[in-house]
Design a protein around this ligand. Structure first.
Ligand code: NDP
Length: 332
């Protein structure tokens, strides 16, 4: 079993933030993560600049008292730049507006490993590149900092040009509340691969299970209302997943009837753990993700159009149409 090192703190101690003192921190992008991390940094005693285009996000950030500048200016002023714009805009933005302002000794901080791992970010020599990647949506990054529950995050040093990139990484993770929930030492490769694996193996399998279950149950003569509510419209699966996180994958079984427990475990035991699903998952991991094939495909200009076409097709499937009708009949 491989275990990761975890940095866990009970509180945010100013002495542990020394690696940031005297350094100008800029949060590039005041969106989900950016707004939350900027507010957390400020409450941890720093005065982060915000880099954003001059629009509603900038107005809101200024109303909250932040010094908001154009992205290129914020990046050039910063010693530590947190790259918190959507992943798909990062390569061009870094090349055109961020990298020209970075100097040797500065640090660029990413919150996801994808662009760095797949070689899509051009960062000048001498600049540290580190990852502080919350495993949490932005709103909860803020809420859990305020209530001191914290949130888990993945941390790594991808390029240690200065020799003290780890100090910067851990101090940043602490300052945004990441070590309260546990900063897990990882890598851009691991973060990106697991994210993509979840998206391209686990979730398609779950979507396929629900789609197939719907087709079989409706084919057996049951109503759309009953089938869709049983499968997911009631949000019962969301409750089960929340209990899995709290009580364990099998620990939560105690919340189900004994009939249910017997049925679930009997059917699970009959499935072949090393069967077609395992082979498909391994293929996705190695051939699509780790090989870089998916990243190359997604970087092609036509990929966005293909996504839009696939979304339209999905919205027109019998399940999606039935779902809309059931929702309307339930008055949602
Ligand atoms: P958002 O979609 O919320 O980012 C919006 C921000 O990006 C806004 O400030 C917006 O500015 C700016 N922006 C968007 N497009 C451009 C552009 N073309 N040029 C300049 N600025 C632009 O991003 P997230 O906060 O969701 O994600 C940021 C990073 O955090 C990503 O790397 C993501 O993978 C990572 N992450 C996200 C999590 C989440 O739950 N959201 C969880 C963990 C990591 P404007 O006002 O000008 O539109």
């Amino acid at each position: 079993m491989a275990h990761a090192e975890i940095h866990h703190d009970r509180s945010i101690d100013t002495a542990d933030l020394a690696a940031l003192s005297g350094r100008t921190v800029a949060v590039l992008g005041a969106g989900n993560q950016g707004a939350a991390q900027a507010a957390n940094l400020r409450d941890s005693g720093f005065t982060p600049l915000i880099g954003n285009r001059d629009d509603e996000y900038a107005i809101v950030a200024r109303e909250q008292g932040f010094d908001v500048r154009p992205i290129a200016e914020a990046a050039a002023t910063a010693d530590i730049a947190l790259l918190l714009v959507p992943d798909e805009v990062q390569p061009d933005l870094v090349r055109d507006e961020v990298a020209p302002g970075l100097r040797a000794g500065d640090a660029l901080v990413v919150a996801s490993g994808y662009n760095w791992h797949f070689g899509l970010l051009e960062v000048p020599e001498g600049v540290d590149v580190v990852m502080v990647a919350p495993r949490m949506i932005g709103a909860a990054v803020r809420d859990r900092y305020v209530d001191r529950h914290g949130f888990p995050c993945f941390v790594s040093v991808e390029r240690d040009a200065t020799g003290h990139a780890w100090d910067t990484t851990l101090a940043l993770a602490r300052a945004i509340g990441g070590t309260l929930g546990g900063a897990i030492v990882s890598s851009a490769r691991e973060e990106a691969a697991l994210d993509l694996f979840s998206e391209q193996a686990v979730w398609p399998a779950i979507l396929d299970i629900l789609r197939t279950a719907h087709r079989v149950a409706v084919g057996a003569g049951f109503t759309e209302e009953a089938v869709l509510n049983e499968l997911y419209l009631s949000a019962e699966p969301a409750e089960v997943l929340a209990h899995m996180a709290r009580d364990g994958l099998f620990g939560q079984l105690g919340l189900h009837s004994r009939t249910s427990q017997y049925g679930q475990l009997r059917a699970l035991a009959a499935l072949d753990e090393g069967g077609e699903l395992a082979q498909r998952f391994a293929r996705v991991m190695h051939e699509d993700i780790l090989s870089g094939a998916f990243a190359r495909e997604w970087s092609r200009p036509e990929a966005g159009e293909r996504l839009d076409a696939m979304r339209r097709e999905a919205d027109a499937t019998p399940l999606a149409v039935a779902e809309g009708e059931v929702r309307a009949r339930l008055g949602e």
